[in-house]
Design a protein around this ligand. Structure first.
Ligand SMILES: Cc1ncc(C[n+]2csc(CCOP(=O)(O)OP(=O)(O)O)c2C)c(N)n1
Ligand code: SF4
Ligand SMILES: [Mg+2]
Length: 329
């Protein structure tokens, strides 16, 4: 029997109770990617095939022949998620199946960098697939190497100890919207209602759809496992990870959440990967965040409800009341 998911003892009523991504997976506790997969499949349903390039999720899913997914999974080479998912969709179409959703589920390395060629080609051909990038901002599975998604100043195993990564994060939204795809969205598992809405919407559409998911990683970000949800709040409120949608090839662009902003320092100072930053470095990150926000909002609609607060029944504990970060490494 499935039980309704609960948050702080209260049921999340509009979260489907079907647990498609099962227990027994191999993710670290608090893994943002695992939480997101659980939610995503609740919205997408069982008629889904997952295509996994090499990434943490290839391990999370379990060693062959075991799999924690309640749906078929195809493991493919690191650089081929876009092409492999398109191939699976074509094979289904040849069998007369137009309903099964094919979802490529790639890390940021498999999206921003090594998987980008196959992703861009699939987007350009408007393949009928959903491509999800769970973004933990480094190559975590192989020991926290820097990727094109690693933010400016962050520590990784392949960046200078000080001042961290010199280059800013690639602007994935701008790059993908420039492909004029039917749907692009960003999502964060802290904002459960917004997250489910975007996956449901993508499920109902046809053509190339992409969702970019904020995915905290405790060992890679040097935070406590229990911080995942609070970090989602902070990232959105500090405007580090804006929640947005672009439809109709980018003609319609919408900001989904626009709460009163917090200083980016509130987000950075909770994470060990930014602990080397001096006040001047934090100011530089703030300037970059502000610049991107201006650029983004100049082209976005702002719907009526933008206060960033979930409806009362889903309200999360205030992050100010959560414990400070615990050093893990
Ligand atoms: C062609 C190729 N190069 C390198 C690897 C080794 N490799 C496997 S997973 C991985 C890191 C993946 O990073 P990302 O896509 O960000 O996912 P994450 O591990 O962070 O979840 C690397 C480098 C590989 N499997 N194939
Ligand atoms: S290393 Fe990070 S992304 Fe990988 S399973 Fe652990 S928490 Fe998740
Ligand atoms: Mg990664």
């Amino acid at each position: 029997m499935h039980r309704k998911p609960r948050l702080q003892g209260r049921p999340l009523w509009n979260v489907p109770s079907d647990e498609i991504y099962g227990q027994g997976h191999l993710a670290c506790p608090g893994c943002g990617a695992a939480i997101s997969m659980r939610l995503a499949l609740k919205a997408l349903g069982r008629r889904t095939i997952i295509v996994l390039p090499a990434c943490c999720f290839s391990v999370i899913d379990g060693p062959f022949p075991c799999s924690a997914a309640g749906v078929p999974v195809l493991h493919c080479a690191f650089e081929t998620a876009g092409a492999s998912a398109a191939g699976v969709r074509a094979a289904l179409a040849a069998r007369g199946d137009d309903e099964t959703l094919v979802m490529a589920w790639a890390g940021d390395g498999g999206t921003y960098d090594i998987g980008f060629q196959a992703l861009s080609a699939a987007a350009e051909r408007n393949e009928d697939i959903l491509f999800v990038c769970y973004d933990n901002e480094a190559y975590m599975n192989t020991g926290i190497q820097r990727s094109g998604a690693t933010p400016m100043s962050a520590w990784t195993a392949t960046t200078p100890a000080y001042p961290g990564k010199a280059e800013p994060k690639k602007d994935l939204a701008a790059i993908m919207i420039a492909h004029r795809i039917p749907y692009f969205a960003t999502a964060c598992p802290t904002y459960v209602d917004d997250f489910l809405m975007k996956f449901r919407k993508a499920r109902a559409m046809r053509g190339f759809r992409m969702i970019h998911v904020f995915s905290p990683c405790a060992p890679g970000w040097q935070v406590a496992e229990a911080e995942t949800i609070a970090l989602g709040h902070l990232a959105v409120r500090a405007r580090v990870f804006p929640l947005l949608e672009a439809e109709e090839g980018g003609r319609v662009r919408r900001l989904n959440v626009d709460p009163p902003p917090l200083p980016v320092a509130d987000y950075l100072r909770r994470q060990g990967r930014f602990k080397h930053l001096k006040d001047g470095d934090v100011k530089a990150v703030q300037a970059e965040v502000d610049r991107r926000w201006e650029e983004l909002t100049a082209r976005c609609e702002r719907p009526a409800r933008l206060d960033g607060r979930a409806p009362r029944k889903w309200r999360l504990p205030s992050f100010e009341r959560l414990q400070g970060p615990r050093r893990l490494v």
